[in-house]
Design a protein around this ligand. Structure first.
Ligand code: HAM
Length: 426
């Protein structure tokens, strides 16, 4: 029986990896402009990193984590997201600046959530994430959102819709939660079984619940804007003004609470086109207490993560990978020619030239046809006639021009042709 990949887990095949690398390259270029530096985080952590960080009542922690006990009976979890890991690393390596400078970080990598697989929703998916530690000012919120939207634009997203909300702070959110619990208590019977259990402990999760029954109940629920304290209201007004200064369009969505517990104040999501039900390309927000709650100093932070599969599927074919075709294709006929081809290919590769050659005795006609299809600019022909005279024919595949050259000069001839083509003279 053929063993297949796990449900909801995809291979990324060579045709697509070039696009992925190009996306990574574009993302790096934008991160560089904003002063972000890369952090490579572990793929698994102690389970408590996520249980405490993401929140015990979230869907991620309650239903979706790949958690296992290792041979030493330690509970470990494949990371469902990057923020909690990044906070753990930030504290562990004392990356905070006593002088008050910020720490801007970015990361790439796979995340794991045991969700029901469907279009745009996987059990292993990739994120491009960014976290900015050390600043609570509203300009930072707008700057992080600018970074995200610029990255998406440069990656090739034509239409993006930005939604924002403020979830208040430790002072005003408890009041909002109280109001929400009062409202939900009267409608308890209409909630889904999961929310019946958790609405008192965490009523915000009901707003985020995907079940139809909870969505109906939430339609008339009180909204957070009635509860914002003065500081949160001023902060959020300033965030919106800063977004306008940068020319960024947005829509207020007072029902957006995000699926992770660490957020306060500004939260945001970007919705893409042609993605079906799973249309959120990216999401993020401020999390000013997570560093302290995780055992570090009191350091405000904000960040986002982009779902790479969704981003790529939204861009379609407009994202082109780097040219992977060879520079040179060597064709050969006969045993001696094959030996020469092997030697020449090795030499050219040492010189940094992408070289293709099929080390099999097949018809030279077929090999020349393959060379044409490969996208190579130069073909080195080693027929029986050439070998008997110790020469090779070097052909410029873009013009059809060809010349003979001694085998000892083959590297120079190939290099000269490549230079001619690159400088547009060929
Ligand atoms: P999140 O909203 O859970 O946020 O995920 C961010 C993005 O990851 C989503 O917008 C989506 O594009 C993608 N994504 C999530 N789950 C899946 C899935 N099962 N299949 C495919 N794509 C998926 C976070 O992860 C936060 N850590 C973001 C953040 C960083 N907040 C502050 N800093």
């Amino acid at each position: 029986m053929v063993i297949k990949a796990v449900k909801g887990v995809k291979d990324i095949l060579p045709g697509d990896t070039a696009k992925w690398r190009m996306l990574e390259k574009k993302a790096r270029s934008v991160f560089r402009r904003f002063g972000y530096r890369e952090i490579v985080l572990p793929i698994f952590e102690k389970s408590e990193v996520f249980i405490k960080g993401v929140g015990e009542t979230t869907d991620i922690v309650q239903k979706e984590m790949y958690t296992f006990a290792d041979q030493g009976n330690e509970s470990l979890t494949l990371r469902p997201e990057g923020t909690a890991s990044c906070v753990r690393a930030y504290i562990e390596h004392s990356m905070y600046h006593p002088q008050g400078a910020v720490t801007p970080l970015f990361y790439f990598g796979p995340m794991f959530r045991r969700e029901r697989p469907q279009k745009g929703r996987f059990r292993q998916f990739f994120q491009i994430g960014a976290e900015l530690f050390g600043i609570g000012e509203p300009t930072a919120d707008a700057e992080v959102i600018h970074l995200l939207t610029l990255l998406l634009k440069e990656a090739g997203i034509k239409e993006q819709k930005l939604f924002i909300n403020s979830l208040g702070c430790g002072d005003c959110r408890p009041e909002f939660k109280k109001g929400l619990v009062e409202y939900l208590s009267g409608k308890k019977e209409s909630l889904c079984d999961n929310c019946k259990e958790r609405y008192k402990a965490n009523p915000l999760r009901v707003i985020d619940c995907k079940s139809e029954s909870c969505a109906k109940v939430i339609a008339d629920a009180p909204t957070i804007d009635k509860y914002w304290c003065g500081d949160c209201r001023t902060h959020f007004t300033s965030v919106r003004e800063n977004l306008k200064t940068l020319g960024l369009e947005f829509e207020l969505n007072l029902k957006m609470v995000r699926g992770l517990d660490y957020y306060n104040r500004t939260v945001f999501e970007v919705i893409g086109e042609n993605l079906g039900a799973q249309n959120s390309i990216a999401g993020g927000g401020r999390y000013d207490s997570l560093v302290k709650d995780s055992g570090g100093p009191s350091v405000p932070a904000i960040g986002f993560a982009i779902g790479v599969e969704r981003l790529i599927s939204s861009i379609g074919d407009s994202l082109k990978g780097e040219d992977e075709s060879p520079d040179v294709y060597i064709v050969h006929q006969g045993k001696d020619a094959l030996a020469q081809a092997f030697k020449i290919a090795g030499g050219l590769r040492e010189l940094g030239i992408k070289t293709a050659c099929l080390y099999k005795q097949t018809s030279i006609k077929k090999q020349i046809a393959n060379a044409g299809k490969s996208g190579a600019g130069v073909c080195v022909i080693l027929g029986e006639n050439e070998i008997s005279r110790n020469i090779a024919t070097v052909k410029d595949l873009s013009t059809g021009e060809q010349e003979e050259c001694p085998l000892s000069k083959i590297n120079d001839a190939v290099k000269a042709l490549r230079i001619k083509r690159w400088s547009g003279k060929g």
